[in-house]
Design a protein around this ligand. Structure first.
Ligand code: HEM
Length: 387
């Protein structure tokens, strides 16, 4: 008989510190658990998460009342079916493997080289703030086509929008910063439209203008790409560097074989998934792992837990470049599969990390590193020294 088990004891603060013991318990005992503290059913098993991802007509992304909609507008991340596919088709030329190879790879390399020119003589620093964050933000300035935005504003505005999107308790300060961020982005879009209309350049704004997407949708979709394109590559750059610096045996593997950088990146985002959760709304009665879900139920697809499912990965808590089964869901698994995945792989695994470790061969940790988050998760600092 279908039943609902309530996970009353789940404390979101403890989840932020370290969600993995709770996820392991839920996977074993209560894989589709109602979590009152979050107001969502938590889907913690790999197969359930993939099932929900692939069945968007039951597990809907559309949410007109959502904060994403209110802060950014009607972006494609909160659409389903043909509506979603139509917007996504117009966005993707900016993110295709060919675009990444012919256009963005060289731009990412110039950014990494420039950052390391500045870092090399310093001998020590926090590579989270001094390398990972500017690498991600300057790359995002290039890819979006918003050349008038300083990278510091890009990083800040992305964060402020995401804070406003998570502002369920209605904090007026967070709402005001979200509004400041979206106004700044709108002004940058207005400044670039004449230039990119006259001289298209393959950037997100440029391809959307060429496709004739209505301006209101362009604004929403550019914002969602800024919201999704900053923290994840930043956290993957800092997190993968930390994983390798903390484990000399794993570092030796990539030092001996540069062909392993791609695998190292995929293994890092499996191990600590930068996007740990995406929400969906159930549209019709259905059953998952013996639990009945009804229309209107909110479910949380926990990529951070699915990627540690012991039925899919041996010793999932280990960062291990030699694992054989490594098909993760850190980029999602259905129609919303990360639009920026090729750009992220190239930015992180082909450019940022290989360049960092080649330019600073005696790079080492210079203090403790702490991770935080469960909706989004990554290192909070990366104190390092080199010579
Ligand atoms: C390590 C880096 C990254 C990770 C781990 C990541 C992960 C994800 C995940 C889990 C989703 C949701 C998938 C789903 O709901 O099925 C997503 C969607 C998305 N990502 Fe990424 N992402 C990364 C980098 C980027 C970058 C660099 C960009 C753009 C510059 C980007 C743009 C997007 C967009 C636009 C979507 C929405 C796609 C849609 O709804 O169709 N992401 N990403």
């Amino acid at each position: 008989m279908a039943q609902t088990l309530i996970a009353e004891d789940i404390d979101l603060g403890a989840l932020w510190d370290d969600p993995y013991p709770t996820f392991a318990r839920l996977r074993a005992e209560n894989p589709v658990a109602w979590v009152p503290a979050a107001g969502h059913f938590f889907l913690t098993r790999f197969d359930d998460v993939v099932h929900a991802e692939r069945n968007g007509e039951i597990f809907n992304s559309t949410a007109p009342e959502s904060l994403v909609h209110r802060v950014m507008g009607h972006a494609f991340i909160r659409k389903d079916g043909d509506d979603h596919a139509a917007d996504r088709r117009q966005v993707m030329p900016a993110f295709s493997p060919a675009a990444v190879k012919t256009r963005w790879r060289a731009a990412f390399q110039t950014i990494a080289d420039d950052l390391l020119d500045g870092l090399e003589p310093r001998g020590a620093g926090d590579l989270f703030t001094d390398f990972a964050a500017p690498m991600a933000a300057r790359s995002l300035v290039e890819v979006t086509g918003l050349a008038t935005i300083a990278w510091q504003d890009m990083a800040r505005w992305s964060q402020w929008m995401m804070d406003a999107v998570g502002n369920y308790h209605g904090d007026p300060a967070l709402a005001a910063r979200g509004a400041e961020a979206t106004a700044g982005i709108d002004a940058a879009i207005d400044a670039m439209v004449p230039r990119l209309t006259a001289e298209p350049d393959g950037s997100v704004l440029s391809v959307l203008l060429s496709a004739g997407m209505p301006m209101e949708l362009i604004r929403a979709n550019v914002k969602v790409i800024i919201g999704g394109g900053q923290n994840e590559p930043r956290d993957a750059i800092a997190g993968l560097a930390w994983a390798l610096l903390a484990d000399p045996a794993q570092r030796a593997l990539v030092a001996a074989d540069a062909g392993l950088w791609g695998r190292a990146f995929e293994e890092y985002i499996r191990w600590i998934s930068p996007i740990g959760m995406v929400p969906r709304t159930v549209s019709r009665e259905t059953e998952l792992s013996g639990v009945r879900l009804k229309p209107g139920d909110r479910v949380a697809l926990l990529f951070g837990s699915a990627n540690r499912d012991e039925t899919k990965f041996d010793a999932p808590e280990r960062f291990d470049l030699s694992r054989e089964k490594s098909q993760h869901v850190a980029f999602g698994a259905g129609p919303h599969f990360c639009a920026g995945a090729w750009a992220a792989r190239t930015q992180v695994a082909e450019v940022a990390l290989p360049t960092l470790f080649a330019r600073l061969p005696r790079l080492r940790l210079n203090g403790p590193v702490r991770c935080g988050g469960w909706v989004f998760r990554g290192p909070l600092t990366l104190p390092c020294a080199w010579d």
